[in-house]
Design a protein around this ligand. Structure first.
Ligand code: AMP
Length: 216
């Protein structure tokens, strides 16, 4: 099953993607995680990406599209994937359609995870993430079993550099201008399913499982 996850930063895409991967065994590809891995490893891509990410801006389309094109040819994604954080612009969405079409493939679903800007700001400011496996927690709402330690891999959690109030506002602004139009793009293709995430992870997860079970 090939799924794209839409939604503002902090809407809960990463958390739900990890739950989908665990239950349905669909591999998760997060462009944000790939950029962060490159930043940590000081690769040329990481150096370019950091200058945009630190400002709350999107990385350039050409670089991001190339990165996804390289990832999607890997054998582990042949039978399906959840693309989390891609596409984020119309150009990226059209490039993805073209990539899939050239392999005779198509998306099963575009999931839009949405929440109000206020609840997103609250959520992102308390978010802690695992720098090793990408698992996401919250200091109040999704606590790890041992304080500040990842349940999945035991790594010490971090507060992302771009999860500060100033950058969050810029990221939300960028989302509304550049990424929100994708909701309509996928609606027109009949692929859109919307899940509101303001009421907590378990409610969104229950709704999401009903949608995914209906597709299997
Ligand atoms: P995320 O972890 O998905 O919130 O992504 C963190 C940052 O990585 C974003 O704020 C962007 O700067 C960059 N990024 C991730 N995915 C994309 C994308 N599809 N297009 C452009 N920039 C991206």
């Amino acid at each position: 099953m090939k799924i794209v996850l839409l939604g503002a930063p902090g809407a809960g895409k990463g958390t739900l993607a990890a739950m989908i991967t665990e239950k349905y065994h669909i591999p998760h590809i997060s462009t944000g995680d790939i950029f962060r891995d490159n930043i940590r490893e000081l690769t040329p891509l990481g150096i370019i990406a950091k200058s945009y990410i630190d400002k709350g801006e999107l990385c350039p389309d050409d670089v991001t599209i190339d990165l996804v094109r390289d990832a999607l040819v890997k054998p582990e994604y042949e039978s399906g994937f959840i693309l989390d954080g891609f596409p984020r612009t119309l150009l990226q969405a059209k490039a993805l359609d073209k990539m899939l079409k050239s392999h005779g493939l198509k998306l099963a679903l575009a999931l839009n995870i949405f929440a109000s800007d206020d609840s997103i700001i609250l959520r992102i400011s308390g978010r802690r993430v695992c720098p090793h496996c990408g698992a996401s927690y919250h200091i109040i709402y999704i606590k790890p079993k041992i304080e500040n330690i990842c349940d999945v891999c035991g790594t010490t959690l971090i507060h992302r550099d771009d999860d500060n109030p100033e950058t969050i506002k810029k990221r939300l602004d960028t989302y509304h201008k550049k990424s929100e139009p994708l909701v309509d793009y996928y609606k027109k293709q009949g692929l859109l399913v919307e899940i509101e995430s303001s009421h907590g992870v378990s409610e969104s997860w229950n709704k999401l499982q009903i949608v995914l079970d209906g597709l299997e």
